[in-house]
Design a protein around this ligand. Sequence first.
Ligand code: BJ8
Length: 381
Amino acid sequence: MRDLPEIFDSFSEARRQGFLAMKSLKEQGFGVAGIFCSYVPVELFLAAGVIYVGLCSTSEETIPEAEKTLPRNLCPLIKASYGFAVTDKCPYMYFSDMVVGETTCDGKVKMYEYLGKIKDVHVMELPRTQYKESSRALWLSEIRLLQQKIEQKFNVEISEVKLREAVRKRNRERALLKAVYELSLASPPPMTGLQQLQILYGAQYRFNHEEKVRELEETIKRIKEAYTAGRGPVSEKARRIVITGCPMGGATEKVVRVIEESGGVVVAYENCTGAKQYDRQVAETGDPCEALCDYYLAIGCSVMSPNPNRLELLGRLCAQFAADGVVEMTLQSCHTYAVETQAVRDFLKARNIPFLSLETDYSPGDTAQLKTRAAAFIEML
Ligand code: BJ8
């Protein structure tokens, strides 16, 4: 049986370990689809027996190459995504038979045009608002179009029965990942925010559903056992922080590190690396495509206008996790999140919850500055 540090290490190494697993799956004849965004209904791939994977876009390594084509003042996530594609440095991109994009932010939409010259890119047209009947009709038709595309591309049929089963499986994964982060409801939490992030981020690079479920169940059990035995890594004095903003992982772990080196502990992630993806479940009754439509369209991303669901989730997490403060991380040149910062500030001010907004990119150059700001914020909590 593995010990807890081994389990954390294995999640932290999951993305690299996953390369070999992916190569072997390709050799066995599995189709692979690369995705970028939480709005993509991955249940369609699960139902088709196609492996899906989040594409590498969390390091600065290939940004200089991307900047030969894309403007420098573009979000690092978009530049890194494109850079990994043109340099062939991301094995997941390399192995992807198709890539699914989505019309979230303008920079991504235009980048997909260039990406389409290298890969088979299918772009889903996401509405910018969630509550109009026309938005729902558009998104439902986009989900059905993606289903057709997958069926043609991989020569499979996605029956209603298979889709229902996929919904059930993915719901199981969501529930387990939610159970992982809800361990940090305890005070002090039984894991650091960095450890929690490593599990949430690493789990997406486990491609076998049954193994993933088993590993998550074991992880939850082992964390609980260590905590009950008094082996917790977090001081009782640590200030409890909820993170919001752009997706995290890879280079942006630096934000979590500076918070936790300054006397804070991240207890929950409202962003796409955490609760935004795992808080809710897809309905398991009724037409599965309609259930997917309602679930995905309700994701509270800043590309939606208005975007009340982000604030609803953030407010709920702050209350549940007894947050001492909220730290927002926005990526440079991400206009939708940057504009929404004021709305988040006002929302939290009305609830007397201290708030710090940090803007960053994928380079380590601003770490000292981030540390100074995080330390000053935690000091005043
Ligand atoms: S659902 S957060 S994964 S869009 S950071 S590329 S928005 S300029 S990543 Fe996201 Fe889907 Fe929303 Fe989640 Fe554009 Fe902003 Fe860059 Fe972004």
